[in-house]
Every structure is written in C-alpha cells, then in structure tokens.
Write a protein that binds this ligand. Structure first.
Ligand code: F6P
Length: 743
C-alpha cells in the first residue's frame, strides 16, 4: 500500500501540471481558430447580403428590412444585425441588437477585422462592412455573432482533456504499481531464496523471475555466499575446538538458548547390584561422543530409562543430575513398557532399520505391530521434549534411527524450534531404502528437521536420492537442501569424533604399566603381542572376519603361534533378537575352533571376553595393545578407531581399519583393509606386528593431530553454528517478509 502511494501521488502531480498546460494551450488555439472562422463567415454573409440589402434600403421599408434581418438571424450563431447610416445612425436592427453596440463604436472597425465585446449573456463577435449601391456607399452593415458556443466547446474540450489525463494517470499508475509489485515480490522471493540457501541461480533460470532482477539477485547471492564462506572458514580455522569454545558458541551465537538432546540410550544407567546401586556407562559410540558435548552445554538429555535402579534415582519430574561425581547437566528419563521396548527398540529399530541401513547381508524384518510401537514411542518422546522446553524455540539435538519420526512431531508442537537430527548409522542407497513399508513416513519425519546430519557425503547423497525418488519436494543439490511443505532441511556431513583431551586418560597409568597390567589381567607373558578388538557383539562389526584373519595369519606365518593373541572385548548387545543370539554362538564357536587348532601349553590365540567393560578398563586395553582392529562390514563412523588413537599418547601402536567405515575417510594412515578379503587382512596383521616403531610413530602422530583438531566439540560446534546461522537467516527472512507485507 505504501509502495503504491509512493508511486501514485507524484504521478498525479506531474500529470496534473501537464494537463493544466495542455488545456490552456488548447483553449487559446481554439479561440483563435473560432474567431478566424467567424471573420470568414461574416465576410461571406456580407457578400451574400449586400445586393438584396441595397435593394431593400432603396425601398426605405423598415418592416421589410427588419423581416429580412430576422430571417437571417435564425442562424443560431448569428446573434444580431444592425444597419448604420452614412451619418452613423442606427437605421435598422433586429430586436436582439444590443444598445451598447453603437454605430460610433463600430465605425473604427476596418473591413475584414473584428472585435469582441462582453455583453450580459456572454461574449459577442462584431464585424462591420460598408454596403454600396451602384458604386456609392449607402451605409454599414454590423454583424454580431454569439460566441457562447465557443465557450461551450472550450469547456467541453477542457473536460475531454481532463478525462483523458485522469484515464492516462490511472493506466500509468496501474502499470507502474503492478510492475513495482511484481518486481518487489520477485526481489523478496529471490532474497528469501538466497537467504534460505535455496538454489537461486537455478530458480532464476525459470521464467517466474523477472529477467531484470537476475543481475541484482546474482550479485546478492554471490555476496551472501562469499560472506558465508569467509565467515565459516574464519570460524573454523580460528576456533580451537574445546568445551570452552562450544560454550562460547552457545552463549554468543545461540544467545544461551536451551539445548535438549534426545537419544534412546542414556549416558548413565543406574543398576542394582547386590542391593547396591551402581552406575554404568553403556558401550555406545553415540554416548561417548555426546556426553562431553552435554557436559559443555549443560542442558537436558532425554533418554530411555533402562537401568534396573533408574526409577530409584530420579526426582518427581523423572530427572537425575549427572555425571554422578560432578553434575553439570540432567537426564530426563522416559519409561517404556516391555511391549513398547520390544516393538520400538528391538523390533522396528534393530530388526528393521538397523539391517536395512547396514550392508551386512542380514535381512530386515518389518512388522506392523513393531511400527505401531515405534510411532507411539516417538510420540512419547515428542511429548517429553515439549514438557522440557522452557520456551518455544529450543535447540533440539535428536539422535539416531530410533527417532526418525521425532523431528516432524517436535516441529508440529514447537514450530520455531531448531531441530538438528543426527543419523549415526549409514543411509542405504535409494533402492535398498525403498523396501521399507513405511519409507514415506520416515522421510517425512526426518524432513521435520532444520539440519539433518550424516557422517559422510555419500550417506547425505543416498538420503537425498531416496527423497528424490519417493517424495514430492524441491531439492537443491548445490546447497544440499530439501524444501518440503514450505520448510527447508539442510542435509550435511558432520563426521563425528571423540573428546580431546580424553577424560578417561586422566587417571591412566603410563603405557608400559598398562601393557603389563593388561597381560597380567589376562594371564599372558610380558612378551606377548596383543591385537585388540572392542565393540558391541554385533554382526556388522566384522568379528567373524577378523577371527578368520587371525587364523589365516597363523596358517601363513606360524612364527606368530604362541607370540600373538587377539583380545576381543565384546559387550553383549540386543540379546533378545535371534540374529544376535545366533551371531553370539557363531563367534564363540569360531574362537573355540581356532583356539583348539592353534592353542597349546596355556596359549590361546583368541581371548574372547563377552561382558560389559567400563571406559577406564577399555582405555587401559587401548594403551596396552600393540595393534587394534576395526573391521566393520559397514559402519557410519566407528569411534573405537579414534579412541585407540586418542589413547596412544606414546605414539605407538597400529590401527587396522576397514575401508567400509566412515573413519577410513579421515584416518588414511591406518592400515586400511577390506574385511571380506581374509588374505589381505592376515597380511595387514603381519605388517602391523612387524612395523618399525618409527613408522608407527609417524602414522600415529599424523592421525592424532587430525583427531585433536577434528574432535567432537568441532562436530557439535559446526552443527550448532549452522543452526545459529539458520536462526539468523530466519530472522532476516521474517523481516523481509514483513517489509513486503507493509509495502
Ligand atoms: O552408534 C550406533 C549405535 O547404534 C548407537 O545409536 C547406539 O547407541 C549404539 O550404537 C549402541 O547400540 P544400543 O544403544 O542399541 O546398545
């Protein structure tokens, strides 16, 4: 509206001024033309009347002459006729002849000229001509023409011109305002698209953008992109990532906004043990990565309370402060019934999505009853988020495949929340994902997020391809964004990592002592070389393959028999699921078979410990081992690889790493293997056992430098910084939107 007035008022002034000039000009021209017309007309009349009038004057009949004049005056424009004697006396005249127009007054009018006089009824045009008879003047004829018709015509013309200009003003205003609105709207859309990170340049190629705006929009986009790149590079290179830098991002860039984390697994479980309550830190990459982040952020972590003593430890609002020694944040525990846990966790999450997302050749099982529980539990957690939120725009970090529906459910309840969803496991290719009966619901749920993170670009691309194939969305592959239902989700890789420095190292003994105590703990001589595996007992981890590789090593290089033991620490996991049970049996049987084949005199090539180990014990193992094997058949990242490197402040030890882990993309100085290629795997074991210490140091130093810089604070910090930028853009977009509404 304001925009319209800004155009219309000046336009009205300019056109009014022009109209006034045009009317004055036309008025004076018109008058000139009409006077000339009357002069000519009068001349013609005199020519026509001269002879009959001379004859009538000769008769001296006043009545006849008056009747002649009255007949002629019928002409609507002729107002009056008079005849003056040679002595300038008015001899004959029509009744309408005005007294004011005396013969003396008209005497001075030369032949062919005229004058105008204003009388009571208006302006009259006066001409005078000498009438002759037989070549002698007998008097003067005076003709008075009514000029009111000229005024009438001038007035009509003035109105026509006025109407014309009003019409012209209306058309110009309409066109101008429409063009201005279209341009403004296009500009606003373009700026919004730009700020929203949508593919502006691609969109500008479509005809719905005014071509004249393209250079402006392109310039703006380049500017915004340059500033963003510059700022990002500056931010990332200047920040040395630590709990303090994470806290400052939270306070400066997110203005201290509330941070909520949601995951299935809780960071601390309370369990009954001999009538005492003990705290357990679960074996979970997710927990080991997020716990230090949460200590830095001091928010609330919402998770399933699965410990046997969990209920005994919470307050009335189901909260418990952790870490137990120095509480800095709180866990909000959500309670699940055995049926809910069976359907949501064991069923849909771990018999459906887990094998679907990992290429480990285990067939996924999808049951409607599990899906129902999965939906219900996601709704329960959404309600918990809603209850914990202290305002309408918290930052919510949703973790993993247990909560694919949660981003959409939170978005419905808290539309202004910034939702960061991180998918810790791989995302399969679109064709594989397409077998899931609830594929659309899962994609829709995830697209409720503001940011959707994966460990690698490949997994991001797989996700985008799945959306492309299954949902009607607008995808911009350049900016890696998906617009769906008017909301945009940024799909980005954020490779997860570990804390640095590592809290569990604080109380660790020096490496030589850890070597000793490890060998003592497992009854091995001090010169025994130890290979280490640390994981949950899961079929994706390649445990069978690594045992086969140990067997092959001993076959090919028998000098290692009695000198090398492979220590496998395996936390029992998801034991309710039959596939995990049978996998457990296979692993035990294979270890037994190899030990039978190569074991002797108390020597066992494989030492398998299927039990939970607390982080401090695990770190002692990392420090005491000579090599560590991570041979996952498929893994999003795998933090064991990074923990082993982090533990080795002596810069010794060798990492053998599967090429099918996300970690292999970063840790290129590891011995990277294909776990399915058993001969290659066995050769890598031999290489690791014989690697000179200088080479071990060089490789370790390089990988430690990388993890120190690319630590978990950087992982979380980059996501939070992207979230902060997104919130900033949304604020700008709202302002641009308001400006366009006001205009
Ligand atoms: O890192 C992948 C992951 O599945 C996590 O999501 C999970 O917490 C962890 O492994 C352990 O699995 P679970 O929580 O089922 O024991």
């Amino acid at each position: 509206m304001r925009l319209s007035l800004r155009f219309i008022i000046p336009l009205a002034f300019v056109l009014g001024f022009i109209a006034y000039g045009v009317i004055s000009l036309v008025d004076s021209l018109e008058q000139k033309w009409f006077v000339r017309d009357l002069d000519l007309r009068s001349k013609l009349m005199v020519g026509t009347m001269e002879k009959p009038l001379a004859d009538l004057v000769a008769t001296n009949s006043k009545n006849k002459i008056r009747a002649y004049f009255t007949r002629i005056v019928q002409d609507e424009r002729l107002y009056a006729i008079g005849f003056c004697s040679r002595e300038n006396r008015l001899l004959y005249e029509t009744q309408s002849y005005p007294e004011d127009v005396t013969c003396q007054a008209t005497m001075s009018l030369s032949p062919g000229s005229s004058t105008m006089m204003s009388l009571g009824h208006g302006l009259v045009h006066i001409t005078s001509a000498t009438i002759e008879s037989s070549g002698h003047p007998i008097g003067r004829l005076v003709l008075l023409h009514d000029m009111s018709f000229i005024e009438q015509r001038s007035s009509d013309t003035r109105w026509y011109i006025f109407y014309f200009f009003v019409g012209l003003a209306a058309v110009i205003s309409l066109i101008t305002v429409s063009v201005a609105h279209i341009s403004w709207h296009g500009w606003v859309v373009s700026v919004r698209a730009m700020l929203g990170g949508e593919g502006l340049l691609a969109r500008l190629k479509h005809e719905d953008h005014a071509p004249e705006l393209r250079p402006l929009a392109q310039d703006l986009r380049s500017l915004v992109q340059a500033l963003e790149t510059d700022r990002r590079m500056r931010d990332e290179s200047q920040v040395s990532w630590s709990p303090a830098s994470l806290r400052s991002i939270l306070h400066e860039q997110l203005a201290g906004d509330q941070v909520l984390i949601v995951s299935n697994r809780q960071p601390y479980a309370h369990n009954w043990q001999d009538q005492n309550i003990v705290v357990q830190v679960p074996a979970s990459g997710l927990v080991s990565a997020l716990e230090p982040v949460m200590r830095a952020c001091s928010g609330t972590w919402i998770a399933h309370g699965n410990g046997s003593a969990d209920r005994a430890m919470v307050d009335q609002r189901d909260h418990v402060a952790v870490p137990p020694a120095h509480p800095t944040y709180q866990i909000r525990r959500v309670w699940l019934t055995p049926e809910e846990e069976a359907g949501y966790y064991y069923g849909f999450s771990n018999e459906g999505l887990w094998p679907l997302c990992h290429i480990a050749h285990v067939r996924p099982t999808f049951r409607s009853s599990d899906w129902k529980q999965y939906v219900a539990v996601n709704e329960r957690f959404a309600q918990a988020v809603y209850e914990e939120a202290t305002n309408d725009n918290p930052v919510v970090l949703v973790q993993d495949y247990h909560f694919a529906l949660l981003p959409r459910l939170i978005r419905n309840q808290l539309p202004n929340a910034t939702i960061i969803m991180f998918w810790h496991i791989p995302w399969p290719n679109a064709e594989s994902f397409g077998i899931c009966p609830w594929r659309e619901e899962i994609l829709d749920g995830l697209l409720g997020s503001s940011i959707l993170g994966f460990h690698t670009r490949v997994h991001c691309n797989n996700f985008i391809d799945s959306v492309d194939r299954l949902l009607e969305t607008r995808i911009d592959r350049n900016s890696s964004t998906i617009s769906f239902g008017g909301k945009m989700t940024a799909v980005n890789p954020y490779p997860i990592s570990i804390e640095w420095p590592i809290q569990w190292l604080a109380d660790q003994k020096p490496v030589p002592e850890c070597r000793m105590s490890l060998r003592e703990r497992y009854g091995m001589p001090s010169n025994r070389l130890i290979g280490l595996g640390v994981e949950r007992l899961d079929y994706t981890k390649g445990i069978i393959e690594r045992f086969m590789a140990v067997e092959r090593l001993l076959e090919l290089q028998p000098e290692w028999i009695g000198r090398f033991t492979f220590l496998q620490i395996a936390a029992p996991s998801r034991w309710v699921i039959e596939q995990y049970n049978s996998f457990n049996r296979q692993v035990l049987a294979l270890a037994e078979q190899i030990n039978k084949r190569f074991g002797r005199d108390g020597y066992q090539p494989i030492s398998l410990k299927i039990q939970h180990h607390e982080p401090a014990e695990v770190y002692e193992c990392y420090r005491g081992a000579d090599l560590c094997v991570v041979s996952s058949l498929h893994d999003g990242m795998n933090l064991v690889a990074k923990e082993f490197i982090g533990a080795r402040d002596d810069e010794q030890g060798v990492l053998i790493l599967s090429q099918f882990t996300g970690a292999a993309r970063e840790l290129t100085e590891a011995l990277v293997i294909n776990p399915y290629d058993i001969d290659q795997f066995a050769a890598a074991l031999h290489l690791a056992l014989t690697m000179p210490t200088t080479e071990q140091r060089a490789r370790m130093q390089s990988m430690r430098g990388l993890i120190q810089e690319f630590n978990v604070y950087r992982w979380a910090g980059r996501m939070l910084m992207d979230a902060a930028r997104m919130r900033q853009k949304e604020r700008v977009m709202k302002q641009v939107g308001q400006a366009s509404l006001l205009s």
